[in-house]
Design a protein around this ligand. Structure first.
Ligand code: DAS
Length: 362
């Protein structure tokens, strides 16, 4: 039995589907095209969705299976679209960095400009999925659906969630209702906007939510049921990264009882052009940290106040005099996403008032 055949059995242990060599339909060949069906391009980067158990225990290895194996393991995908794809990386997403973000942004912008491609699905680890989704949301300039998807449990685990998540992601990418909504995330039967989604459980399902806005819609049997949003989604800023091969260094300082002022100095000494504070409460700062960040801001380093608290907003001038210190308030963006946006804004400006405008506009 081939590796893919074994995989199919692992992922669908109770599936009546025959192994790949038994089936006469064979693999999904990249590039196959049936007239009238949408063409989806899969960019695989690794993560648990491409992982598999390496023992009977909870231990598994992320980033093992190639994208063809993922497609072949979900027979229902065959009827939804024609596929092409590539393995951009095969890593656990804790190892994702700005260079992979830029590579993905360059490649997605190429793909969405291709009239033969109707949508893009990106398989990704869940640990930093929200940050990659946010970066692409801010750098991809097309209404075509771009959907990120991951899994909490690897192939072969009881209750493996990858196949259903992947089917949902392709359903979203092939739906005309998904166009123009920015980069989307499909996980555990919910559809989220890249800007708002965050991972809230490292083991239980559902593992993602959007604390301040809720999901954009629900996915049931491959159909999308959009929630009713008041007003139109604000027009997203789009940053051109086509000529960038790196991003400005931005660090995050985590707030807690007691001071972490020396760590602010360490970020300044490391050459950060921006610092994001994951503050307590509504983005509040220990007095020593406030002093250290005010000093950094005075030296032209952009300081953004966000919060370690998942629900709620970090607004200007509530308990911290942002006007006085030249700080930026992150609004409903969590610290890791505030960092993504700040890195991109710093490619354009270092002025706090212009940075605040960019945050208010996203
Ligand atoms: N380590 C995690 C990652 O690759 C596994 C996962 O949840 O995908 O993000």
């Amino acid at each position: 039995m081939t590796f893919f055949g074994r995989l199919k059995k692992m992922i669908n242990p109770f599936s009546s589907a025959r192994t790949a060599e038994e089936e006469d339909t064979g693999k999904i060949e990249p590039g196959e095209r049936v007239r009238g069906r949408p063409k989806i391009h899969v960019l695989a980067t690794g993560g648990t969705i491409a992982g598999r158990l390496v023992s009977t225990g909870p231990r598994y290895r992320a980033g093992v299976l190639g994208f063809e194996a993922l497609l072949d393991a979900v027979p229902a995908l065959r009827g939804l679209a024609d596929y092409s794809g590539e393995q951009v990386a095969n890593i656990a997403s804790q190892d994702v960095d700005e260079s992979l973000w830029l590579k993905l942004a360059h490649r997605v912008n190429e793909l969405v400009d291709n009239p033969d491609v109707d949508g893009v699905v990106i398989t990704h680890g869940t640990d930093t999925l929200e940050e990659t989704a946010c970066f692409l949301d801010l750098t991809v300039r097309s209404p075509k659906p771009v959907v990120l998807v991951g899994a909490i449990r690897p192939a072969g685990a009881l209750g493996a969630d990858g196949p259903a998540n992947l089917l949902d992601a392709v359903s979203v990418a092939t739906s005309s209702d998904s166009a123009g909504r920015g980069v989307l995330v499909a996980m555990h039967g919910s559809l989220f906007e890249a800007r708002d989604v965050t991972k809230v459980s490292s083991s239980a399902l559902p593992s993602f939510t959007a604390p301040n806005s809720g999901p954009l819609g629900q996915l049931i049997d491959g159909r999308i049921y959009f929630g009713h949003r008041t007003g139109l989604s604000p027009k997203r800023p789009v940053f051109d990264v086509s000529r960038l091969d790196k991003l400005p260094l931005v660090g995050i300082i985590y707030g807690h009882a007691g001071t972490s002022a020396p760590l602010v100095k360490a970020l300044v000494d490391a050459g950060c052009r921006g610092i994001v504070s994951a503050g307590v409460g509504s983005g509040n700062l220990h007095r020593d940290v406030l002093t250290a960040l005010a000093d950094a801001s005075g030296r032209g380093i952009a300081v953004v106040r966000a919060s370690r608290v998942p629900f709620g907003l970090t607004l200007r001038n509530v308990e911290v005099d942002d006007n006085r210190f030249g700080f930026i308030a992150a609004g409903s963006l969590n610290p890791q996403k505030a960092r993504v946006l700040l890195q991109l804004v710093l490619t354009k400006t270092q002025k706090p008032e212009e940075i605040q405008k960019a945050f208010d506009g996203y």
